[in-house]
Design a protein around this ligand. Structure first.
Ligand code: SOE
Length: 392
């Protein structure tokens, strides 16, 4: 096929802050390292401030900037809308984009409520009948060591899964002087640590084990209920003003559940784990062995094979940087590791390959809804003092 015959996918992105920057990097980088079936065009970025969005377009590599995301829907040169806004606008933008015939990539968690997520799934199902497809961005699935963990489970190397242990530990809120931002506002974010980072470990544990949670019991806590209002905020830090305002979400979530195969699963999501920066720790114990992953050492997977002789058995540290490992061959020579941003690039690669093949990308909006149901169950359980909430 000659270059002139290659299809092009024009992308329009909504939001240009932390996630917008990570997604922009991925749209720019994916075609440069991976042989994609389609050419990508970074057409337009939308945001609320005219100056801010124009500066972001120039900095992040977008051709046009607009303050009205709805204009993306009328553009013939935009085939996909990438939603990088806070959760309160996901449903509105994603549903409108799907109805306008645009593929959608939507940041996690899918929505701020189960009702919104259900409407998004219904819109995605209607769109899929016309070949218009939607994906939710649980990016950590695309870390090569996570892919290897899933492969080991799928290959039966862990046998019957008995324990799933998951933590997502950050500390960027442990200082009470850290100012408020939208992630601490229930109206905008839906929930706190639960939806922001707990959603990731719910998705990861279900992805790695191939099992679903069947019920949950949990509790939420807000340690610091009042914080300074920010005069400006960028990424996860900002400048504190003199006024204060309420924190309306949880600071930490602790919950446990049962999985379809009978395993017990425990979860801890907090932004108050002093010294832990982005520690996503997943351990799975089965009748045949165990795997352990920590995102703070993200190029490594620990694997214990219980069939090895007892005298020499034990966790092996596998450095997941070989060309045999998923995605790795497109990057550097063996041993030269990957980082946070690579998972976003892999997400674009998988998405574009699926779109070009007319395949439903995963995680789908239905997968996002399944996670949303778990988040909702944890909130309800916490309100009832930790009571058991069945999920299936
Ligand atoms: C903040 O806790 C945050 O940026 C999350 O919103 C992201 O999903 C995670 O990748 C890193 O931490």
């Amino acid at each position: 096929m000659g270059d002139a015959d290659r299809s092009r996918l024009g992308v329009g992105m909504v939001g240009y802050s932390f996630m917008g920057a990570a997604h922009s990097h991925a749209w720019r980088t994916a075609p440069r390292f991976f042989g994609l079936p389609w050419d990508l065009e970074m057409r337009v970025v939308a945001g609320r401030s005219a100056d801010g969005v124009r500066a972001a377009a120039d900095r992040l590599g977008w051709q046009d900037a607009t303050t009205d995301w709805r204009t993306l829907l009328d553009r013939d040169d935009v085939g996909l809308v990438d939603v990088c806004t806070p959760g309160d606008t996901h449903a509105e933008i994603a549903i409108a984009a799907l109805e306008a015939g645009k593929h959608v990539l939507c940041e996690k968690p899918l929505a701020n409520s189960v009702a919104e997520a259900e409407r998004m799934v219904a819109a995605a199902e209607r769109a899929a009948e016309r070949g218009v497809l939607a994906m939710v961005g649980f990016t950590y699935r695309r870390v090569p060591a996570v892919q290897l963990a899933r492969q080991l489970v799928a290959d039966g190397r862990l046998g019957q899964i008995r324990h799933v242990r998951a933590q997502y530990l950050q500390d960027w809120l442990s200082d009470p002087a850290t100012p408020l931002n939208w992630r601490l506002d229930k109206e905008k974010a839906g929930s706190g640590a639960l939806g922001d980072i707990g959603a990731h470990i719910v998705d990861l544990t279900q992805f790695i084990t191939g099992e679903q949670l069947t019920g949950i019991s949990g509790t939420l806590e807000t340690f610091v209920t009042e914080r300074p209002v920010a005069t400006e905020f960028s990424g996860l830090s900002g400048t504190a003003g003199t006024e204060t305002g309420p924190v309306t979400v949880d600071d930490a979530a602790v919950f446990f559940g049962r999985m379809t195969g009978g395993a017990l699963a425990t979860y801890e999501a907090t932004r108050f784990a002093a010294g832990r920066k982005n520690a996503i720790r997943i351990e799975v114990n089965g009748s045949g062995g165990s795997i352990a992953f920590d995102f703070e050492d993200m190029n490594v997977l620990h694997f214990h094979d219980a069939s090895e002789p007892a005298a020499t058995a034990g966790f092996r540290r596998i450095v997941v940087t070989e060309p045999e490992h998923r995605y790795v061959g497109a990057w550097w020579p063996p041993g030269h590791g990957l980082g946070y941003e690579h998972a976003f690039t892999h997400q674009v690669v998988d998405l574009v390959e699926d779109l070009a093949a007319g395949r439903q990308p995963r995680p789908s909006f239905a997968d996002g809804l399944a996670v949303q149901r778990v988040l909702d169950a944890v909130e309800r359980s916490s309100q009832q003092g930790g009571g058991w909430i069945a999920l299936t």
